[in-house]
Design a protein around this ligand. Sequence first.
Ligand code: FCB
Length: 455
Amino acid sequence: MSAHNDPIHIKREQFPEDFLWGCSTSSYQIEGAANEDGRGPSIWDEFSAQPGRILDGSSGAIACDHYHRWPEDLDLARDLGVKAYRFSVSWPRIFPVGTGEIEERGLEFYDRLVDGIIERGMEPWLTLYHWDLPQALQLQGGWKSRATVDAFNNYADVVSRRLGDRVKHWITHNEPWCSCIMGYYEGVHAPGETSLQSALQACHHVLLSHGQATKIIRTNVPGAQIGITLSLHPIIPASDNAADLAAKVRHDGMRNRWFLDPLYGRGYPQDTVSLMGELCPQVFDNDMEDIAMPTDFLGVNYYFPEVVKDAPGTYPFNVEIVETPNVERTAFGWQVAPEKMTELLLRIQADYAPANIYLTENGSTYDDVFNAAGEIIDEQRKRYLARHLVAALDSVKAGVNLNGYFVWSLLDNFEWAQGYLRRFGLTYIDYQTQRRILKESGKWFARFLKSEHQR
Ligand code: FCB
């Protein structure tokens, strides 16, 4: 699309006909019903209960009450016109203590959900791990412990045997960087630990469990399409002097290559390994082969680029993230840079050549306000979406194997450490009444998907 065209006029027909359109959700963020049907506690229940962890002191205990309202939510997704619905399974609903006895009622819930998705003409895209680890496993070390890999494999086995007759698209993990680095090093996500060494060991186990579970799902589900979803970030040097350029490479090592390199058979990046020194994870024979198990697609969650500068003395590798002034940002403070998404996808394509790439999340949070007519005319979210669709189209045109786009998110939801203060939905949730109200961005997306005239 040429620069003088307003992105808002982008048309679905400009994309390849089989380009997949979807929306994404995750279990802990929407389901609620935390104590129902035998569900065990997850690390997010535990973390949310600790004072000061969640900005508004909330938790996902009720959230969008999707556990009971899923038919209405699936109707909303269908009415948008998406062909794929991405959701995650709550591990502690299936195994209340992570291993051992199976909770049949948990499986039945996902049976109903999957049937509901298919009945509405959508494809279920199932994520096995979107961060809600059973708390009982955390008490034994969580992802720091190799035993959690075995527990995950067993969980993947049970879920894929049960749902594999209907679910053909499987995502093992969502954003290992967040579950491990934010969870075990930065301490801002569950389980709230602060050791880099633990975080790197956790990352290793998450990646290992991805590879091993891929093998298991492949055996259980004929014709399965299996991948992993990473949060990837374009890294921009604060200046073009040599020190900042080197800082960019160091940061990219941890943020992006630490995951991509081993998944695509290159082992951990040597430059980052040298910087980490003795903090590097314990790796057993065959681990790296398991991690590099071939997949069918790479899921990319794209939200924002990071600007970095050389900052001697900053742990762990002398890099500081710079909050560049005068750039456009969402209400979260995340820089809006759709053109950087195209660059990122081109780079992934050039460096790793995944069989397929799907944007499994992209979206924005802004403060939603009602107008006098009781509508939410969220022009900023709509523009964000339109501009990222243009960037997706530009990527396809430039030769990236990009085959689909999932918007984050269908519903406003529990935004982790930010609680309910951040709304990412195309649908507004009134948490008092649980009323769903489609925002203008959602209406726009539906018009786009239905090839109706764009405004
Ligand atoms: C991603 C998460 C998703 C949501 C969005 C805003 O990192 O995968 O659950 O919180 O950010």
